[in-house]
Design a protein around this ligand. Structure first.
Ligand SMILES: [Zn+2]
Length: 275
């Protein structure tokens, strides 16, 4: 599933391609996205058609395409598990699983492709009041500060892994980067979050290091993620524990383990990250 670094990489790639370009229409495959939900075609048309893209930005794992007009309207995209957002010539064949298309003035199309259809595309009018965004916590790169994080940790009643995955607390982390963060601070995934309250500055630094490293290497491609050019990211080889079960820990040589809680896998070093 794309996490903050992957979404940030896509946003940086899409910006120059989309800024200033007028959206001329909206097409939908008719297949439900995000657990069968219908795409709000009328809403998308009302928000976007005839307007130029003013800015492409990110909030947590959401991609926000603001349209010109200064009234905070635009298109909100979540990539779910396998979503991709690509700008391609209208004449180029549409990939299988293309579900939403925005024809652009000048002959290109912005295409949302999603094999598993856990992602979604929805109008924001205004973007700031979209329910999904209103519930999001601070962005770990630009908004979260260590004092705020320390308070939240101290009051939490969950394990640190669940805390970091909770989008209402911190927006943008998922399984891969959470495992990397916990390895960096030497915390077992099941450690109560409150026990890390005094180490909040160190934890925040580890979060930023893991995410910024991922962005610098244009994201982690396990299977489906590609950037706005359709290229895989380079971060997989730089991951310290994610996907490395059975391999030797780079720090101590112990065997990296995989554990599953709440249906989600975490990779960790049993020696560096003791309970
Ligand atoms: Zn180790």
């Amino acid at each position: 599933m794309p996490e903050l670094p992957e979404v940030e990489t896509i946003v940086r790639g899409l910006g120059p391609r989309l800024r200033g370009r007028r959206i001329d229409g909206v097409w939908w495959s008719g297949q439900g996205l995000h657990l069968g939900r219908k795409v709000d075609l009328r809403g998308l048309r009302a928000v976007a058609v005839g307007r130029a893209v003013a800015r492409v930005r990110r909030r947590g794992k959401y991609i926000l395409l603001e349209v010109a007009g200064g009234d905070d309207r635009g298109i909100i995209v979540h990539l779910g598990m396998t979503g991709q957002l690509r700008v391609q010539p209208a004449a180029a064949e549409r990939a299988p699983h293309t579900h939403v298309v925005f024809p652009l003035a000048g002959g290109d199309e912005l295409r949302f492709v999603d094999a598993r259809r856990f992602g979604w595309v929805t109008p924001g009018r205004p973007i700031a009041r979209a329910p999904a965004l209103a519930a999001l916590g601070p962005d770990p790169l630009t908004e979260l500060d260590a004092t705020e994080l320390a308070t939240a940790l101290a009051e939490a009643r969950t394990p640190i892994k669940a805390f970091l995955l909770d989008q209402r607390r911190i927006a943008g982390l998922g399984n891969i980067y959470v495992a990397e963060v916990l390895f960096r601070v030497g915390a077992h995934p099941a450690t109560p979050a409150r026990r890390l309250a005094r180490r909040a500055p160190e934890l925040l630094a580890a979060v930023r290091e893991a995410l910024e490293g991922g962005i610098a290497r244009r994201g982690t491609t396990l299977r489906d993620y590609v950037d706005a050019d359709g290229l895989a990211g380079d971060n997989l080889a730089a991951l310290l524990v994610s996907g490395r079960a059975g391999q030797a820990c780079a720090r101590c040589g112990a065997e990296i383990r995989r554990r599953v809680d709440g249906g989600r896998a975490t990779f960790f070093c049993p020696r560096c990250q003791r309970r």
